[in-house]
Design a binder for this molecule. Structure first.
Ligand SMILES: Nc1ncnc2c1ncn2[C@@H]1O[C@H](COP(=O)(O)OP(=O)(O)OP(=O)(O)O)[C@@H](O)[C@H]1O
Ligand SMILES: [Mg+2]
Length: 324
């Protein structure tokens, strides 16, 4: 199967008074054609930064430090801005976590969707308008024709989010990055959007789905990457990951969901917090919070080790446990 996206040893960061903070640290991940790949981890782990690096949209003064990003075999790192801009929208697009900041406040939403088409395709104004209404209806905008005449501020947050989703999907990109696409939406609309993503992926689009919601990940994804403090700490096919989580961090994430599902109202969270990037602990980034920490863990960063079936884990105690 062809890989639409191949990220290799990507490092990205931004300058601070204490030197460069590395928010994405040696990240490698792959999104094959027609597959939905999940990226999970707590707030501040570097998920959006990874996504923005792929899109070439890291906010200044952040930057890609090193590594490679191949989109359908083409290197994006170092590609001239103009060339990259031409790929955005048609070949790759992103649904942003903050939809408010991505719509033009002084342009009617219908026009914005139409322009997204007309930048990349030669179509008549009528055709663009027809397709805009069609896609807006598909993503669950009621009375789409009427809503096209509204400005963004005249729509609810949920509707604005759906307009953004429509704009990202309209050209049928080869790669879609969806950064928490349904957080602002109610469950019915969420189900609709998730179904749309399934349809898109069965048409060959590769999707990188970023979510806090492990339920959504379990329903939709084929493969999952778990990120912690800028690094991939575990990666496996979705069933393998949920049946046999190896990293103590992944287990913590899964436990916190299970304790909620089990009828308890207390979220069994992982004690402690994601470390500050400029004050990273020595060794494994998770070690200060880890119930299974051993002496070796604080000495150096463990490598990602294949435990069989392509199940990768970055954790010495987990490796040892499996070997027993
Ligand atoms: N331009 C910037 N300047 C300073 N810090 C930044 C910048 N961009 C990102 N960061 C920091 O980089 C880290 C990673 O941020 P990122 O937005 O990628 O996290 P995330 O995993 O997407 O979190 P969330 O789940 O909350 O969206 C965080 O510690 C964040 O504070
Ligand atoms: Mg984010």
């Amino acid at each position: 199967m062809r890989n639409i996206l191949e990220v290799r040893h990507l490092c990205a960061g931004f300058p601070t008074l204490k030197g460069e903070a590395v928010a994405v640290n040696d990240v490698s991940l792959t999104v094959p054609e027609g597959k939905i790949v999940g990226l999970v981890g707590e707030s501040g782990c570097g998920k959006s930064m990874t996504a923005r690096a792929v899109m070439g949209l890291i906010r200044y003064p952040g930057r890609v430090i090193s590594g490679s990003i191949l989109l359908d075999g083409r290197e994006l790192v170092g590609m001239p801005k103009k060339e990259k801009r031409a790929l955005r929208g048609s070949e790759m697009s992103m649904i942003f976590q903050e939809p408010m900041t991505s719509l033009n406040p002084v342009m009617k939403v219908g026009r914005q969707v139409e322009e997204a088409i007309r930048i990349h395709e030669k179509v008549t104004a009528e055709e663009a308008a027809r397709r805009s209404v069609e896609i807006l209806t598909k993503v669950g905008v009621p009375e789409a024709k009427k809503r096209c005449l509204c400005y963004p501020h005249q729509l609810s947050g949920g509707l604005r989010q759906r307009v953004m989703i429509a704009m990202a999907m309209i050209l049928g990109p080869r790669l879609l990055i969806a950064d928490e696409p349904t957080t602002a939406l109610d469950v019915t609309v969420e189900a609709q959007i998730l179904q749309l993503m399934r349809t898109l992926s069965s048409g060959g689009t590769g999707i990188l789905l970023i979510s806090h919601d492990l339920g959504v990940i379990a329903q939709l994804c084929d493969h999952v990457y778990v990120m912690y403090a800028g690094r991939i700490v575990e990666s496996a096919d979705v069933n393998e990951l949920f049946d046999r989580p190896l990293h103590p961090y992944t287990r913590g994430l899964l436990n916190s969901v299970r304790s909620l599902r089990g009828g308890g109202d207390v979220l069994d969270t992982i004690p402690g917090a994601v470390p500050n990037l400029t004050r990273m602990p020595a060794g494994c980034g998770f070690s200060p919070r880890c119930p299974e920490r051993c002496d070796e863990c604080v000495m150096d960063v463990p490598g990602l080790v294949d435990m069989g079936n392509g199940h990768l884990v970055r954790c010495r105690p987990a490796e040892g446990e499996e070997a027993k």
